[in-house]
Ligand binder design. Structure first.
Ligand SMILES: [Zn+2]
Ligand SMILES: [Zn+2]
Length: 265
């Protein structure tokens, strides 16, 4: 009888635990207590120092130089190992045009909140880095300049869908460049899966490739920020996340879903 009672209490305990788990709707609760574990940031494999957490932020240092080949290594210190001519494989490119910039090593520090939360809905992205991909290359938004579409820039994207930009105002243009992705980084989705985690935006929410549950998604499946909430392989309890899509705006819509951290150099 004692044994039966014990069994009863054990069963009761487990059934209560299950109810609690079912009752907490993490996926749809913008004020959830999600904290992204260091092990997930450590999927960012091309960094210039250890990834560490301090004061509620994760710090990720990269030089922004891609680990895949590119025509934009021409004439650089990495040319022998990393240069490859454009191979005609990028479906977004109709008439490839090598731009005058070349890949250079940067010193970027991404400071990203480890407990991402829904923001106030008014956190627009700026020109320049808006996040970091697994190979340390920065993500940029859907514009070539202030609210200018990527229409012409697309033709300078290489076979892995990236390109270098000039260093910016006051800097030497034409000889140095910040390599970046505005769209799906083909190298990463080839190596980590079309549905794989490919990086994080500055607000701490993860970015996935263009497929989900065996289906290619597009912008109409996503909200204005270009994301949505549900369980992923890395976050079985559900999380807000962005996706790359083949249609505009490709990676991020009308700004960050959460409150962004910073990037410095
Ligand atoms: Zn660009
Ligand atoms: Zn999704």
């Amino acid at each position: 009888m004692k044994k039966l009672l014990l069994l009863f209490f054990i069963l009761l305990f487990f059934s209560c635990t299950a109810e609690n788990n079912d009752g907490s709707d993490v996926e749809n609760d913008p004020t959830n207590d999600l904290t992204i574990p260091l092990s997930l940031y450590q999927k960012i494999y091309k960094t210039t120092s250890d990834i560490y957490i301090e004061g509620g932020y994760v710090y990720i240092n990269t030089n922004g130089v891609p680990d895949h080949k590119s025509p934009y290594f021409l004439g650089t210190e990495w040319e022998t190992q990393q240069y490859a001519a454009y191979d005609g494989s990028n479906p977004f490119v109709t008439n490839f045009n090598l731009n005058p910039n070349r890949i250079s090593a940067l010193s970027l520090t991404f400071k990203i909140p480890i407990s991402p939360r829904k923001g106030n809905g008014n956190n627009p992205t700026r020109m320049g880095e808006i996040g970091v991909s697994l190979n340390g290359v920065p993500f940029y938004n859907q514009y070539a300049g202030m609210n200018q579409p990527l229409t012409r820039e697309v033709n300078s994207f290489d076979q892995y869908n990236g390109h270098p930009a000039p260093m910016g105002p006051g800097q030497e243009n034409g000889t140095s460049g910040r390599y970046h992705y505005h769209m799906e980084p083909f190298w990463l989705t080839q190596n980590h899966g079309k549905n794989g985690l490919i990086g994080f935006l500055l607000d701490g929410f993860p970015v996935y490739g263009p497929q989900e549950s065996g289906r290619t998604i597009n912008s109409s499946d996503l909200d204005d920020y270009h994301g949505h909430s549900h369980a992923t392989s890395d976050f079985p309890d559900g999380i807000y996340h962005y996706h790359t899509t083949a249609d505009d705006p490709y990676l991020n819509g009308s700004g960050y879903y959460g409150t962004p951290g910073t990037v410095s150099q």
